[in-house]
Design a protein around this ligand. Structure first.
Ligand code: B12
Length: 494
């Protein structure tokens, strides 16, 4: 069958869609990949019409959808249905796992869990003209109603999967025109926030040991009771990284995108670290939580090229960490991890990025000031990363916000980018302070401001005085700081 795979994500994809492409090719189907890898400005109708050049020769369209690009997926799907009546559009990816029912309002079929087996089965059966409506992990509209088939157990034999498809054959980029993807373009598109060097995102496992209330992993927990950890073998990992680097020789940095890279048992991590250092040798970054962190694990990785380490803290308020985010981690434990890794910034030149979530309507001003104080007490050379809380469907915090009338279901506006947005819920002095402190920590000139100035700004009397001013001032101030950060990021890109 002739399949067109469209990724609507505003970044060049390095996720499941690459795997779907390889799986379909391995099963003997012809696959054309199209990336809509531009975040802004959004695609205009005349650009989307260009897809027609490919779609006129295709038998089936498959689209990978993140919630942030849900609106984009709807526009393309509607356009395809108008221009090519009868051409089926199948959706998959994180948004469909999050909310299959809503996705099926627009798509002809939806993959609501992992697609490794379901996608090949679906395309094979369509090609053979066989009935496909009972394929597990898939949902269909049957006589106008939503019908979801049973879900398969989590796919466990990761080593049996083909390598991700990074080839250039039949790969296109939509950007004004429909452009054949070239190595130069791939190189440019992989140099993005936050590293700005050609970066490969690579996943070594599936699953997550945590159940944070804001994360899509909760959907897997609700389907399976837990989000079972599964690992690629070390042998297989090294082989795939080598293969991918041979295809993308310009890559300078690898980010292991696993939700928690240190969830892998020590012995396996050790085998990986030894072989990685010897056979790959590129600097790499990884993320983990204080729960899986251990000194011996991090030292293994430091010896094999770890240069950037992301630690999720999320809030300086234990109440928010526990009650709002459902993270079973004490801030004392987090602090002890921070103290333990702090020396590596100097001794091993390690960049430590500490993640926090801001603009959460379930925080009080006192919670926010606890985050401010937490940030203030972080070792100076740690880099704070602030994410704006986004409510993704299928997560407990989304359900809570819908119930509390904070958001409307299916409203595209709620899926804001969590890396660069405007303040929506916490238009106050405390949030302004948090954003200001982040800028001060990252900006060389502002780093000279002594600690007592920040402590004074966060003190009770100053907060009391500040609360006399209207919130709109802090909203404008916070958004100006965000813009300033965005501007600096842009500067780095040049
Ligand atoms: C690595 C990663 C990134 C990397 C690379 C992402 C990329 N697009 O290449 C970076 C850091 C760049 C990133 C950025 C963002 N990410 Co991210 N990311 C992840 C992470 C940790 C792993 C993704 C992955 O590779 N998974 C493993 C693969 C195998 O799974 P998969 O992609 O879901 O594919 C399977 C199925 O979905 C299905 N499938 C996939 N595509 C298709 C297509 C069809 C047609 C079919 C039928 C099936 C199908 O089959 C696949 C195999 O089983 C996930 C969390 C997670 N554990 O999944 C978050 C996650 C996907 N990211 C998320 C988000 C929100 C973002 C951002 C929007 C954040 C922001 N800036 O605001 C950006 C957007 C990036 C973009 N593309 O524009 C959310 C998505 C939630 C949602 N409901 O959409 C997740 C789930 C984390 C969360 N918060 O819950 N991300």
């Amino acid at each position: 069958m002739d399949v067109t795979l469209i990724s609507v994500s505003g970044r060049l994809a390095c996720d499941g869609i690459r795997l779907i492409s390889s799986l379909l090719k391995k099963a003997g189907h012809r696959v054309t990949n199209v990336y809509l890898a531009r975040r802004e400005p959004d695609y205009e109708l005349h650009e989307l019409e260009r897809l027609g050049d490919i779609l006129k020769n295709t038998d089936l369209v498959m689209m990978a959808v993140y919630s942030n690009y849900f609106g984009r997926a709807i526009r393309i799907t509607d356009l395809i249905h108008q221009r090519f009546p009868g051409l089926k559009v199948v959706w998959g990816g994180p948004h469909c796992i999050a909310t299959p029912e809503l996705s099926l309002k627009y798509a002809d079929a939806v993959c609501f869990s992992e697609g490794d087996e379901a996608v090949v089965e679906l395309v094979n059966r369509l090609a053979a003209g066989q009935d496909y409506l009972n394929i597990p992990n898939m949902a269909f509209r049957v006589n106008g109603s939503y019908v979801a088939n049973p879900v398969l157990p989590p796919f466990s034999d990761l080593d049996s999967l083909p390598y991700y498809d990074y080839g250039l054959d039949d790969q296109f980029l939509l950007d004004g025109e429909l452009l054949p993807l070239t190595m130069d373009k791939v190189k440019t598109l992989t140099q993005q926030y936050p590293f700005y060097v050609p970066t490969l995102y690579f996943l070594t496992s599936r699953g997550c040991p945590h159940e944070c209330s804001y994360c899509n992993n909760c959907r897997y927990v609700s389907m399976f009771g837990k989000n079972v950890m599964r690992f690629y073998s070390v042998h297989r990992l090294i082989a795939e990284i080598k293969h991918t680097l041979a295809v993308l020789p310009f890559v300078e940095f690898i980010v292991f995108g696993d939700d928690d890279f240190l969830a892998r048992p020590y012995k396996q991590l050790e085998a990986f670290a030894v072989r990685y250092r010897k056979e790959i040798g590129l600097p790499f970054g990884a993320a983990a939580s204080p729960r899986t962190y251990s000194k011996d694990k991090i030292e293994l990785l430091l010896d094999s090229g770890l240069t950037t380490f992301n630690l999720g803290v999320q809030s300086g308020s234990q109440r928010v960490v526990t009650e709002v985010y459902n993270r079973k981690i004490s801030l004392e434990k987090t602090n002890s991890v921070i103290q333990e890794i702090a020396p590596y910034v100097d001794t091993r030149d390690l960049t430590v990025i500490v993640d926090f979530i801001i603009d959460n309507p379930y925080e009080t001003k006192d919670d926010i000031i606890q985050t401010y104080n937490y940030l203030l007490n972080l070792p100076r050379r740690f880099k704070p990363n602030l994410f704006y809380l986004s409510f993704y469907p299928g997560t407990p915090i989304y359900d809570r916000a819908v119930k509390d009338g904070l958001i409307k279901e299916a409203d595209e506006g709620i899926f804001r980018s969590y890396t660069g947005s405007s303040i929506r819920y916490q238009k106050n002095y405390e949030t302004f302070l948090v954003l200001w402190l982040r800028l001060a920590r990252l900006h060389p000139q502002l780093q000279k401001i002594p600690g007592w100035v920040f402590r004074l700004l966060g003190s009770h009397p100053v907060r009391k005085l500040a609360s006399l001013l209207p919130d709109s001032i802090y909203e404008k101030g916070a958004n100006a700081l965000q813009l300033r950060m965005a501007w600096e990021k842009k500067g780095k890109r040049r």
